[in-house]
Design a protein around this ligand. Structure first.
Ligand code: KG4
Ligand code: ZN
Length: 336
């Protein structure tokens, strides 16, 4: 079969990223321009600034990606773009760029779901084997799914309130840590111990998650201690929070392994960069002779290579978008 080269574009949040991916697996080139330092000054992503910065950098990122690959757009078989979910203004920059390239060069256009692409990030370095349990842990989503085939999902459960990444970011803020909170909580937690005995949320037999109670417990604890003039042991609190946040993820995946008998676990989304989560998940899965797959760090956080990987099965099925393609800010696996 002829090799398929996909030019993939990701601009759903605060990274402008493009990649050329061969056959959904081999990353020929990847360029990611992060806006993290700019948004860190504001303690979080400012949507208006994000979309403006995407506009300013997208052509540079395209040039770099082509230059590194020694390829021309004419050599590309399809243009893929992260079209949902994400920040509307940010998504639109990528979608309009993809449509323009597809129109000028007469290339098929592929609309990719950013969250599903996080799962396909695991197909770059090894192969997804079905059926599998997919745990999605990002800034906006916490979902547990059975994936039976390419693009075939059964939703087991998800968060009833906040996403796990959101809880990491909000707890980081109350501990005076910079945005993005997740990596900074993880760093600080390594210097502390789990001494704050925080309550376990969702200690039940459901596949649902909850993070807003845990987040509020930490915020209230910090405020109460401050009011009493007590010092907060920040490293211990970061460690205690991370312990409970990760424990909930591990417990629910363990329940899914026990009930479904599926022994392949794939973790996807920004929080999968957390080494403590990886260790705890590996310890648990060992008991069941199950495997756990987590992408390398560069493919855990937002990147266009995963968009190219997720676009490939759609290319093979000829599921192309037309020029009426629009960005969409939301997505819910319940309606999938
Ligand atoms: O998937 P992602 O890059 O963007 C979304 O699609 O949301 O995920 C971003 C989230 C943020 O909440 C960030 O704090 C979290 O992933 N994150 C982490 C770590 N690295 C990123 N959370 C915990 N530990 C980390 N090492
Ligand atoms: Zn993401």
């Amino acid at each position: 079969m002829k090799d398929v080269y996909i030019l993939a574009i990701e601009s759903s949040c605060d990274e402008t990223s493009m990649a050329i991916v061969k056959n959904g697996k081999e990353v020929i080139s990847l360029t990611t321009n992060t806006q993290m330092n700019t948004h860190a000054k504001f303690g979080g992503v400012v949507p208006e600034i994000a979309s403006r910065m995407h506009t300013e950098s997208i052509l540079y990122v395209l040039d770099e990606t082509l230059k590194k690959s020694n390829m021309k757009i004419e050599d590309i078989d399809a243009i893929a773009v992260s079209a949902l979910p994400g920040l509307m203004g940010s998504l639109l920059v990528g979608v309009e760029c993809a449509k323009t390239i597809a129109y000028i060069y007469h290339k098929p256009l592929i609309a990719v779901n950013h969250i599903i692409a996080h799962i396909y990030a695991n197909n770059i370095e090894s192969n997804l084997k079905f059926p599998l349990l997919a745990l999605i842990v990002s800034g906006g989503h916490t979902e547990l799914l059975i994936m039976k085939q390419d693009y075939d999902f059964d939703r087991l459960g998800g968060t009833l309130d906040d996403a796990v990444g959101e809880a990491f970011d909000k707890v980081a803020r109350v501990l005076d840590l910079k945005y993005p909170g997740g990596p900074n909580i993880e760093r600080l937690a390594k210097e502390g111990n789990n001494t704050y005995n925080l309550p376990k949320p969702m200690d039940d037999e459901s596949y649902n998650f909850s993070y807003s109670g845990l987040k509020s417990n930490v915020i209230n604890l910090v405020h109460n201690e401050k009011q009493r003039g007590n010092e907060i042991r920040k490293a211990d609190l970061a460690c205690s929070f991370q312990y409970i946040a990760v424990d909930q993820l591990v417990r629910k995946v363990e329940l899914a392994i026990q009930n479904t008998g599926i022994k392949r676990v794939v973790i996807a989304g920004g929080v999968s960069a957390n080494q403590y989560l990886k260790e705890q998940m590996q310890n648990m899965t060992k008991k069941y002779n199950a495997t756990v797959q987590i992408p390398s760090l560069i493919y855990c956080t937002d990147n266009a290579a995963m968009i190219g990987a997720a676009a490939y099965p759609l290319y093979l099925k000829k599921e192309f978008a037309d020029f009426s393609l629009n960005a969409k800010s939301s997505f819910d696996f319940k309606n999938c």
